[in-house]
Design a protein around this ligand. Structure first.
Ligand code: KG4
Ligand code: ZN
Length: 361
């Protein structure tokens, strides 16, 4: 049995977790800073790094206590090296290096996006949906993951479409040209004066709205030769929501409250549908064209119920989604990815720097 301590501080969640053999979560402590950043309507980097400094030690102790293990029983420490906010990443990396040095524990540096991907290895059989099938049975024996897999990683900072051919092997198919999917949710949430973060607030508002009330644009990006590609663009969609509001309420300022008759739920539902449509369409085409055996979605936006439902209905292949608690940032996924890196022989020395922009493929 290999026991990994994971540490994650790439953005605004301070997290530590203990995971056995890359699949069994012994503990996963997440201290969210949402309340600190909500007044700013987005993550304030300096506030984030200072909160990580306060929280990283107690969070790590709690993760070890809840798992019932001591540092002496940890085989390796997996820590997020990037991508993320530099001032946040250094807090987790320095904690990991301190423990590694003090206790003689090997260190494995992990890419945050790969962490999101390995949240799928922590998901039970109830998170695998087959086309036209009934609800998955949690008691069913786990179905081994078959490569190649097409992966959609959608979070506050990333929108990446990837082909995974083996553990640790990725080919980038496409990504966003401007806003990440989660960023679009957060920005439109602000336009609609919904509580931060925008993703969950828009999902909730959309439940009572009409998704066809507004016909928002679906950016179909093409390569120079005119073929469809796998890239995304969401800033036009956000601008379309803004223009609609400005058209209905000329003179409305960005910090004015919306008039009580504003069609917030219809705008939220129409925006969410347009965004989900593009994500599902491009992922489906990528899966067909690359002969994928399965499709995975991961990252904060993979918590979105419309995206999950759309993908499961339309992709025509088995779809795996992470448990809700593992969609947003957490250290269990870092420990999970770290386990496969550790098994592949990766060991990192104490002199590595953080990588705020670290492409996966
Ligand atoms: O993965 P994550 O915790 O952080 C990054 O690595 O960026 O993702 C956070 C993002 C935020 O933009 C948030 O609005 C979005 O995930 N999000 C959602 C939902 N839950 C979180 N977006 C849409 N629907 C949701 N239910
Ligand atoms: Zn993330």
């Amino acid at each position: 049995m290999t026991v990994i301590l994971g540490i994650e501080t790439s953005c605004d969640e301070t997290s530590a977790a203990v995971v056995a053999d890359g699949r069994e979560i012994r503990s996963n402590v997440v201290s969210s800073q949402i309340e600190l950043h909500a007044p700013y309507g987005g993550v304030f980097p300096e506030v984030a790094s200072r909160a990580h400094i306060e929280r990283i030690s107690p969070v790590t102790n709690q993760a070890l206590c809840e798992a019932g293990v001591t540092l002496g029983e940890i085989d390796a420490i997996a820590v997020t090296r990037g991508p993320g906010l530099a001032g946040s990443l250094v807090v987790g990396v320095n904690m990991a290096k301190g423990l590694a040095l003090g206790c003689g524990i090997p260190l494995v540096a992990v890419n945050h996006l790969e962490g999101h991907i390995y949240s799928l290895w922590l998901a039970g059989p109830e998170y695998r949906f087959v086309p036209g099938g009934s609800a998955p049975d949690p008691a069913a024996p786990p179905t081994p993951i078959e490569f190649p897999v097409v992966l959609l990683v959608v979070s506050g900072g990333h929108t990446e479409l990837l082909l995974m051919t083996a553990h640790g092997h990725y080919q980038r198919l496409g990504g966003t040209w401007d806003d990440a999917a989660g960023e679009a949710f957060d920005k439109v949430g602000r336009l609609l004066r919904l509580p931060y973060p925008g993703g969950p607030s828009i999902q909730k508002a959309a439940e009572s709205g009409n998704p066809r009330a507004f016909d928002f644009p679906r950016a179909r990006l093409r390569s120079d030769s005119g073929e469809d590609n796998y890239d995304f663009s969401f800033s036009g969609l956000k601008t379309a929501v803004l223009r609609t509001l400005q058209g209905q309420y000329p003179g409305l300022k960005s910090d004015d409250p919306l008039p009580p008759d504003a069609p917030v739920t219809d705008l939220a539902a129409s925006f969410q549908t347009a965004l989900v449509d593009v994500l599902v369409e491009k992922t489906t085409r990528a899966a067909l064209e690359h002969g994928a055996k399965e499709v995975f979605i991961a990252g904060g936006v993979s918590a979105n119920s419309a995206l999950r439902a759309g993908m499961i209905q339309r992709v025509g292949l088995p779809v795996r989604v992470p448990p809700l608690a593992l969609c947003t940032d957490n250290a269990a996924m870092i420990a999970g990815a770290g386990y496969y890196r550790w098994m592949a022989g990766q060991r990192d020395t104490l002199d590595f720097d953080v990588l705020p922009s670290w492409p996966l493929a």
